[in-house]
Design a protein around this ligand. Sequence first.
Ligand code: SF4
Length: 371
Amino acid sequence: MLNYLIVLLDQASTSFCYYTNPAFSKNNSSKPIPYNTLNRVVNYGLKNSLMINYLFGIDPLPDKYQKLIAKSQHVKILPARAFDHFSDEEVVLVINESELEFAKTLEDNFKQNIILRFPKSNLPELSAYIELLINKCRRLNLNLLDINKYDTNDLEEYKRQLDLIYDIVEDRYLSGHSVELSFISDRMMLSEMNNCNAGLTHLTVAPNGKFYLCPGFYYDDVNNSVGDLNSGINIKNQQLLDLEHAPICRICDAYHCKRCIYLNQKTTLEINTPSHEQCVVSHLERNTSKLLLDELNTRLEVFHDQEPIPEIDYLDPFELAKKTPGKKQNFTKKVSHGQQKKYEQSSDRELLLKILDQQDKILKLLNSKTK
Ligand code: SF4
């Protein structure tokens, strides 16, 4: 069920995820979405009770655009360089690969949600950036750029960084603070898949008024559209996007993984089959969450309500099928019909709210223990 739209307000809108907007990267000048198109998107959202995530560029939009945006239930997502225009509002701030220096200038009381789009070339500095930002935001989402190009050395380096981040997160919990890092703490709170769900719970509207599965599909080829504001949504083979039709993902318990269909089709040419690199990255994170959850459960009795994360001996669920041909049958067993239904019905927002609830509960318990 469609819950929200992502709207590209400018040809040079910031990215917020794995894909790249070439016009933003090249600092192209601003070219806002036509006002009439935005008007139609806002009305479409209102008519269909959809939340709208607006992706801003660097330049401010005219006042009449801001007034239109204010009519919809929305979230503003903007690049770090545009923050000055919105410093008195609640926003989601994207620190892009070209804006890492911005992280060093943030005040301690910043406390907005941050998306960190982290370049492969800076990987050895990742834990230092997390240490810098962990106190200065409510929630941090990490998107490792170019994970499809990670080789064995990069994956080993990422594991080293996760070990360092483990210590940072553990210290923070032990000193009575809760933590929200998409790649570590989310998995500790999840007991079902919480993927991106592009094409299922959200669609993107580009400045040309057409729908796309996500912005990455638009930037790759404008002909990738799946309908438009006039004729409606038309997704061919939509069933291929859901978990039921993803044979590797449906036996997996790296529940926090984005299961990015944009990266899937780029790397494996199959929208429902992830690359080895995407799986290994998610499993390194999942295993760090497991160690942290076990350790915190021993040291602080505040995580006992969380489902334990089992020990596993693989980093890519595909290895399960290779090692034990019989396990192939489990590809159809692991997610029961009931679970699948629950997964399809719950939006990622609902799951995030569940995570927030758990975080609140844990924070209260932590506070009572460290008083
Ligand atoms: S499919 Fe989802 S996770 Fe992948 S780039 Fe698009 S929005 Fe991001």
